[in-house]
Design a protein around this ligand. Structure first.
Ligand code: TYD
Length: 143
């Protein structure tokens, strides 16, 4: 199992403002992009996520505000703080994720390599732990 990764965006600023770039995208995100969705008008008291994708790559950009993202397996957990256009978070297949500490202005742009398929989500942590123990643990040990 490949570890999650934060990658830096390169910012160019002048009197017109900032322009932030991640290129070439393939060095950071090894799959093709087939879907983009945007989380916006967030309720700061709410959490999102709370599920795992067995076979989906995602890359998350925070283009406004801030957010905290926990990326976990049953054995370990990584906490990332994303803020406006500084870094992108890449989440490989197989991790449980929870997004929280939204501000009202938080906007997240999420790139994914597969179409939306509700049926391949794992939405219960106990089911995820079972899935992890049978599918992902050996692959994680080997990386
Ligand atoms: P949900 O999975 O609950 O969002 P999150 O992962 O942020 O917790 O999705 C919310 C709704 O949006 C749900 O009705 C499914 C729908 N949806 C799509 O139609 N396409 C998508 O690509 C995504 C991510 C969600």
């Amino acid at each position: 199992m490949i570890k999650p990764k934060l990658v830096d965006l390169v910012s160019h600023s002048d009197k017109r403002g900032f322009l932030s770039v991640l290129s070439p995208i393939q060095t950071a995100f090894p799959s093709e992009i087939n879907r983009i969705y945007i989380l916006h008008h967030s309720n700061p008291e709410s959490e999102r996520g709370g599920h795992a994708h067995p076979n989906l790559w995602q890359m998350i950009f925070c283009t406004s505000g801030t957010v905290t993202i926990e990326v976990a397996t049953p054995n370990e957990s990584y906490i990332y703080e994303l803020s406006e256009c500084e870094k992108a978070l890449i989440i490989p297949p197989g991790y449980w994720r929870t997004l929280y500490n939204f501000t009202p202005k938080t906007v997240l742009v999420v790139l994914a390599d597969r179409e939306y398929e509700d049926t391949v989500y794992i939405r219960n942590f106990k089911d995820y732990a079972n899935w992890f123990n049978t599918n992902a643990r050996e692959s994680l040990d080997n990386n």
